[in-house]
Design a protein around this ligand. Structure first.
Ligand SMILES: Nc1ncnc2c1ncn2[C@@H]1O[C@H](COP(=O)(O)OP(=O)(O)O)[C@@H](O)[C@H]1O
Ligand SMILES: [Mg+2]
Length: 304
């Protein structure tokens, strides 16, 4: 049976969506035609409140939902409601919010995710674009011109492109087994992904931690493996640092991947890889680990 969901604006704005009080059946079948064994599952939904919307899970196309096998915590129910819990972090190009997706009254279907929303209106986001994206093409010349002109449409296109690039990277590398957050869905400039936590709290950035020596060397091994896997796929992270790595207990998680650089097609690709090596090796060395950026770089090249 088909139910119509109200078109919910995404991302949420504080001045909340005007959702109708009920969902409507759109099937042309009248109630009289129904098989008596059929359970009529229509029930009015309460109006989503301020900072709420109906789950957008079924609104997006199949390719905009996360890869299989999906983790058990993903809430895919039609009855789910998204609730804005607040801002986790504001950044230059995007803000990361906490978003709960839950079926009201069902404690087993409730999850808090990270909602990363790219800002369309931020001019600074254009500054680093060209060096990273050299070799990639914008699908329509109209969109390319709009991006270059920085018109309102162009800014929206660019926000969507950054979000899409990060979505593709998360999908690809989650499938490849790289420790990245599970990508739940993309809707325009908003990506919903696994919230990486430690002891029930959002995991800190590596830069903010003081790990023991044993944990530190464990992190280094994980980081090398993750970077090698990216290189096997022909890419460098492009903005790797202790700020884009989350320390989840013993586990390191790589985040912030909209600018992955093609190290073969992009003429500056290997420079980006070297810069990543330099940044992370310098951080680990500053914490007392005996590591060398050139050794790391050379090791990684063997994975190409
Ligand atoms: N999946 C996640 N789980 C937990 N925290 C996250 C997650 N994604 C982002 N964050 C937090 O939000 C911050 C900004 O996210 P990031 O993807 O690095 O965006 P930016 O482009 O603003 O640097 C991160 O440093 C981290 O603290
Ligand atoms: Mg970041």
């Amino acid at each position: 049976m088909q139910l119509t969901r109200p078109a919910c604006p995404a991302p949420l704005s504080p001045s909340s969506p005007e959702a109708p009080t009920t969902l409507r059946r759109t099937s042309s079948t009248s109630a009289d035609d129904l098989d008596p064994a059929f359970t009529f599952d229509f029930r009015p939904l309460e109006d989503p409140g301020e900072r709420q919307r109906f789950s957008t899970w079924l609104e997006v196309e199949a390719g905009c939902r996360g890869p299989e096998p999906r983790p058990g915590w993903v809430v895919a129910s039609r009855a789910a409601v998204d609730t804005e819990l607040g801002v986790l972090k504001t950044g230059k190009e995007a803000d990361v919010h906490l978003l709960e997706r839950a079926v009201p009254g069902d404690p087993h279907q409730s999850v808090v995710m990270a909602a990363k929303r790219y800002r369309g209106e931020d001019h600074r986001s254009f500054h680093r674009s060209s060096a990273y994206t050299e070799g990639r093409r914008t699908r329509s010349t109209r969109d390319a011109r709009a991006v270059a002109r920085r018109s309102t449409h162009g800014r929206a296109v660019a926000a969507g492109q950054w979000a899409w690039a990060e979505w593709e990277a998360l999908r690809r590398f989650w499938i490849a087994g790289v420790p990245v957050p599970y990508p739940v869905q993309i809707d325009g400039a908003e990506i919903l992904m696994e919230l990486v936590t430690v002891d029930g709290q959002p995991a800190p950035r590596l830069a903010r931690t003081r790990p023991s020596r044993a944990v530190l060397s464990g992190y280094w091994e994980q980081l090398r493996d993750a970077m090698a896997e990216l290189v096997r796929h022909g890419v460098a992270h492009g903005d790797l640092s202790a700020y884009n790595l989350l320390a989840a207990g013993d586990r390191l998680v790589v985040i912030d991947l909209p600018q992955t650089v093609d190290i073969v097609a992009n003429p500056a690709g290997l420079d980006f890889l070297m810069r990543d090596c330099h940044t992370v090796a310098a951080w680990f060395a500053s914490r007392g680990l005996d590591v060398d950026e050139h050794e790391l770089f050379a090791d990684l090249l063997t994975a190409l």
